[in-house]
Structures are given as structure tokens and as C-alpha cells.
Ligand binder design. Structure first.
Ligand code: NAD
Length: 388
């Protein structure tokens, strides 16, 4: 494995009753002026907004609000949040929502402390110089943003969707109560599952040797997602399924299962180009791209795919070559995405070939992408064409 240093400072509160018991103390430890960030209002409909505001007010906290954060959060909304924080002297940002709300809040937190435009950090033209403290209340299991330092912002003017982050943007605390995900609609539940599974795949496919524990840990998360996903999709109020899926999403991207390996991340780079133009759900795009990426790179290390077939999908290897098992693994992945109702083709979003070249060019504009194997523009084009 590669040498590594692991540090994750986020205090994680999981399960029922934690918000009621510990939120006020976590917030007031930092300060008394809060920017409450949320999305389109689902937290008002399901009662979470009233609960959180009630707790904060009882603790004497002054609340400012930034609502309407978009899915695929936009730079313009980040700018609004930065302005409020500076004007009102905000001590802490409290993000209540899914990955979009949390990512937007991370960008605001960095932007408040940055002298230039925060976009420079995402465009690799500047580095974060600090961040306001950030806490989260997660309402959708998907991104792992509640326990990592990354975030993805869309600049709608330039049609760029870029990931960025810094050691400053780990949430100080995150509350994950599975009951807060009961109202997540079926399609968003599916997209979230696709996203967390994709994070596992990104970690799983890497060129580093001698990483048996990492491989088994990642396989454990993949297996758990595959075994439990349909229960959360079919019955939104199945507490055990929601809890398991939520825990999988956190573990898939909090750095714990991939220490000492550098994952691939080409599919994420490709998907960002698709949603930068078409604004499709991130998880939906990943479900479409991943199996086609797998077809494209399988020969780099067929054994890795064969392991997926036997260890995760329990395929009997008797009489089958490594290459056959690898092919079966990819079909099993396709089958799984199909079984939970995920999209399978870009045509499902009415996306044709019109921007394939542009997306491929953009995906590799900084450098070739991937780490399992490197992809250039031509490779990305082939994967996108196979995804149409
Ligand atoms: N920071 C990271 O590590 C990371 C990783 C992967 C993806 N991302 C980014 O995160 C964003 C996607 O985040 P997401 O998948 O969590 O979805 P999201 O935050 O965009 O939410 C999707 C939809 O679900 C709704 N919703 C959320 N919680 C709800 C609830 N409890 N009840 C009803 N509706 C609810 C939202 O209002 C929204 O309409 C994308 O921009 C993606 O690129 C970030």
C-alpha cells in the first residue's frame, strides 16, 4: 500500500434522538450566530426545520437563513451565503440537507475566509486559507459529504462543475438520523445508492499492490449496499434499511476504507461533465457511466473484476476463466443498477451525441484522468458513446 496519514476530525452523531440531545451543545460550543443553509423546502414539509430552529432558539442562537440551494449547487448561491456570513458576523454554518446543501455550505465556509473569488479554489487557481466552522444535519444518504472535506460546485456561467476542498472543510460535527431520510423520494433514494456504490468502485479500482484489507473493506460496503438497497427503495420507512444505507454512504467516502490506496475517479470526472451541461442527478449519471467504463478498462486487471464477481455477487468460479468472471461481474453491476430502477443510458435523460466531444475534451482539460488506468480524450469519448 502507499504511505498515508489519516485524520478525520468530524464528530459523528448517528441514530435517533441525537439531534435533540446534542445539537445545542455542539452549536453553542462554537458561537451564537448561525447561518442555516437548506434546499427547496423538504425540511419544512417533514418538520425537521421546526425542530432545528426550535432547538437553536431555545439555546439563544441567532439564526440567519440561506434557502433554495439547488441540486448541483451553484456558485451564485455560494456567493449569496458568503455575503450573509460577512455582513452578519456568522460564527457557524449549519447545513441541513443532502450533499448539495452540505457542499454549498463548505464553499461558503471557505469563501468567507478567502480574499479572492472562492471559485479560484475549485478552478485550481488558489488554495483555501481557512474556513468558518461547519456543522451538518444529513437528510439524504449518498455523498459522504457529512464526513469528508470535499465538495462539488457548478459554475453555471462557464458550464463547469468542479470538485474541491481543503483540510478546513471537514464538518466539525454531523448528525445522521435515518428517520430524516424517510421522506426522500424513491428516485433520489436510488440516485443516492448509485452514488455511494460508485464511491466504493472508485476506491476499489486502483493500481496499488498488497492492499488486501482495503479490498475486503470496500467489498464489505459494496455487498452491504447490494444486499440492502432494495429494502430502502421499496419501503422508505424501513428504519433498519435506511440506517444501513446511511452508514454505507458515510463509510464509502470518509476515508476509512481506502487508506493507502489512490482510487480511480475517472467516472466522477466524466459524470461532472455530463451534469455540468445537462444538470442531471449525479447518481443517475454515475449509474450510466460506470458499467461502460468497466467494459473499457476490464483488461487492465481482470482479476480485480473477477474478485467482485466471486466475493460480492457470489458467482461460482468453477470452470470459469478470470476473464469470464470479470465479464459476469460487469453484467451483475448493470443488473443491480437496473434492479433498483436506476437509469441505464444517457438517452433516459434525452441526451444525445451532440456534446460528446466537448464533454470528453473538458474531462481531460487539466490532465488525463483515472488511476486504475489513465484515460485520454479518445477513451472518454468511447465511454460516453457507449453510454448514449
Ligand atoms: N462532497 C462530496 O463528497 C460529494 C460526493 C459525491 C457527490 N457530491 C455532490 O453532491 C450533490 C448531490 O447530493 P445528493 O446526492 O446528496 O443530493 P441533493 O443534496 O442534491 O438532494 C437531491 C434532492 O433530494 C431532496 N431531498 C434531500 N433530502 C430530502 C428529504 N429528507 N426529503 C425529501 N427530499 C429530500 C433535495 O431537496 C433535492 O431535491 C451533487 O452536486 C454531487 O456532485 C458531493
Amino acid at each position: 500500500m502507499n504511505p498515508f496519514r489519516f485524520q478525520n476530525p468530524t464528530a459523528l452523531y448517528y441514530g435517533k434522538g441525537q439531534i435533540e440531545e446534542y445539537l445545542a451543545a455542539e452549536v453553542t460550543k462554537v458561537g451564537k450566530t448561525v447561518l442555516l443553509v437548506y434546499g427547496g423546502g423538504s425540511i419544512k414539509r417533514n418538520g425537521l426545520y421546526d425542530k432545528v430552529v426550535g432547538i437553536l432558539k431555545s439555546a439563544g442562537v441567532t439564526i440567519h437563513e440561506l434557502s433554495g440551494v439547488e441540486t448541483n449547487p451553484r456558485l451564485t448561491t455560494v456567493h449569496k451565503g458568503i455575503d450573509i456570513c460577512r455582513k452578519e458576523g456568522v460564527d457557524l454554518i449549519l447545513a441541513v440537507g443532502g450533499g448539495s446543501v452540505i457542499d454549498c455550505s463548505k464553499a461558503i465556509a471557505m469563501g468567507v475566509k478567502y480574499e479572492g473569488d472562492v471559485w479560484e479554489i475549485y478552478a485550481r487557481k488558489g488554495a483555501a486559507t481557512g474556513a468558518l466552522p461547519l456543522g451538518t444535519i444529513l437528510t439524504l444518504a449518498a455523498t459522504g459529504s457529512e464526513m469528508n472535506s470535499g465538495g462539488v460546485i457548478t459554475n453555471w456561467e462557464t458550464k463547469e462543475k468542479l470538485g474541491g476542498g481543503s483540510p478546513y472543510t471537514f464538518p466539525a460535527f454531523s448528525f445522521c438520523d435515518p428517520e430524516n431520510t424517510y421522506t426522500v423520494p424513491k428516485d433520489q433514494t436510488v440516485y443516492g445508492i448509485c452514488d455511494m456504490l460508485s464511491h466504493c468502485f472508485e476506491h476499489y479500482f486502483h493500481p496499488t499492490e498488497h492492499t488486501p484489507l482495503q479490498q475486503h473493506l470496500i467489498e464489505a460496503v459494496i455487498s452491504t449496499i447490494v444486499e440492502n438497497a432494495r429494502f430502502a427503495v421499496d419501503n422508505p420507512e424501513d428504519y433498519n434499511a435506511r440506517e444501513t444505507i446511511m452508514y454505507c454512504s458515510t463509510m464509502a467516502l470518509n476515508g476509512m476504507i481506502n487508506m493507502g490506496v489512490q482510487g480511480d475517479w475517472a467516472c466522477h470526472a466524466i459524470e461532472h461533465e455530463i451534469s455540468a451541461i445537462y444538470d442531471i442527478p449525479h447518481g443517475g449519471g454515475l449509474a450510466i457511466v460506470f458499467p461502460n467504463w468497466m467494459d473499457h478498462v476490464v483488461n487492465v486487471n481482470p482479476q480485480r473484476f473477477a474478485n467482485l464477481a466471486t466475493r460480492v455477487f457470489h458467482v461460482d468460479p468453477t470452470g470459469k476463466s478470470t476473464e469470464e468472471l470479470a465479464g459476469i461481474a460487469i453484467e451483475k453491476v448493470r443488473e443491480f443498477f437496473r434492479s433498483i430502477g436506476a437509469p441505464t443510458r444517457l438517452a433516459d435523460y434525452d441526451i444525445g451525441s451532440e456534446n460528446v466531444e466537448r464533454m470528453a475534451e473538458q474531462a481531460v482539460r487539466f490532465k488525463p484522468i483515472g488511476n486504475f488506468t489513465l484515460l485520454g480524450k479518445e477513451d472518454v469519448q468511447q465511454i460516453l458513446k457507449a453510454s448514449l
